[in-house]
Design a binder for this molecule. Structure first.
Ligand SMILES: [Zn+2]
Length: 326
């Protein structure tokens, strides 16, 4: 693993040699919701954080709770959601918030929670995007670091496969393998290249989903206790139960991409590469992230020049920067 300043993604007609910088939010913002699995009411507060501090979670309902870094090696549970933990203190269902933070390029943030679980909001990443945009995005005075994949890394488990391969930019492809014929009428494969597709417009609104009849099993393992048609797309034998229908025709497979992006952002830095998932979920996404950490000859840390964000290959950078700070 080496660290390099990369300008190969940009055009040569550069106006500035400034590197693309880290970002945090401008001011404190909070929201209230319920945990989808616990059913518990929770207040979430997002606070600006210093450069190189990364994304960290803290439980305000536990006295003396330490901040838990949002890192793949801290993932403690992947049953129907991704949870991180430090000792006996855990934070559940981090993936949709992490996905939104990737979408807006937020590197440093302190997330306070008044209960164990991140609120589910509407089941997508869009409400977190709105929260962060209302707080404002600020650029910090240190270069943002990316993980550039230099050789393919692949993991598999029980017929599911997930991989990362070298790619000039970031794209994600996913194949959804349905467990019920009701899904046959919906797209099962999508590939999104974020150089020409907006995460906010095309992915962030994709909600969690599930079959109505799967809920009984989830309840039996004390999951989805807060689940409703307000925070998920529900399906019966006949089709979508939600009155408003789907937000995208390919909402299910897009949600799997949203989840994968959030799970992989637990690597602490955005990836430059191509993600591919076949039937994969939170467990395999975390296995892939851990494989990346282990195979440090398969990637390098790079910084990029600021003026290439609109150049070929570079993912569209969302979130208008309102001001700069140290
Ligand atoms: Zn999800």
């Amino acid at each position: 693993m080496k660290e390099v300043l990369d300008d190969s993604l940009g055009n040569s007609n550069v106006l500035s040699h400034r590197s693309l910088n880290q970002r945090t939010i401008r001011e404190v913002v909070y929201g209230i919701g319920i945990g989808v699995h616990s059913g518990e009411k929770v207040r979430i507060t997002l606070r600006p954080a210093l450069v190189n501090s990364g994304i960290q979670f803290i439980r305000t309902d536990i006295k003396g709770s330490v901040a838990i870094p949002a890192k793949a090696e801290n993932v403690a549970d992947t049953t129907l959601a991704t949870s991180i933990a430090h000792g006996s203190i855990s934070v559940a269902t981090v993936e949709h918030l992490m996905s939104a933070l990737w979408g807006l390029g937020i590197d440093n943030l302190l997330v306070e929670l008044s209960a164990e679980e991140v609120p589910i909001m509407d089941g997508s990443a869009a409400p977190f995007i709105d929260m962060i945009e209302s707080a404002g995005v600020v650029e910090q005075l240190q270069a943002r670091k990316f993980i550039r994949i230099t050789r393919k890394i692949e993991v598999n488990q029980e017929g599911a496969v997930a991989s990362l391969a070298p790619y000039n930019g970031f794209k994600a492809g996913y194949t959804f393998v349905a467990n019920h014929e009701i899904y046959d009428q919906y797209p099962k494969y999508v590939e999104v290249d974020f150089a020409n597709t907006s995460y906010i417009e095309q992915v962030s609104g994709a909600r969690s989903f599930g079959l109505e009849k799967e809920l009984a099993y989830a309840h039996s393992i004390h999951k989805c206790l807060g689940s409703s048609l307000d925070n998920a797309v529900g399906l019966s034998e006949e089709g979508v139960l939600n009155e408003e229908g789907l937000r995208y025709n390919d909402e299910f497979v897009k949600h799997k991409i949203l989840d994968a992006i959030g799970d992989l952002y637990l690597l602490g830095k955005p990836i430059l590469g191509a993600f591919s998932g076949y039937k994969s979920g939170h467990a395999l996404n975390n296995k892939l992230a851990r494989a990346v950490l282990r195979c440090d000859d398969a990637w390098e840390i790079v910084t990029l020049k600021a003026d290439i964000s609109s150049g070929t290959g570079m993912p569209i950078l969302h979130g208008q920067v309102k001001s700069s700070q140290a």
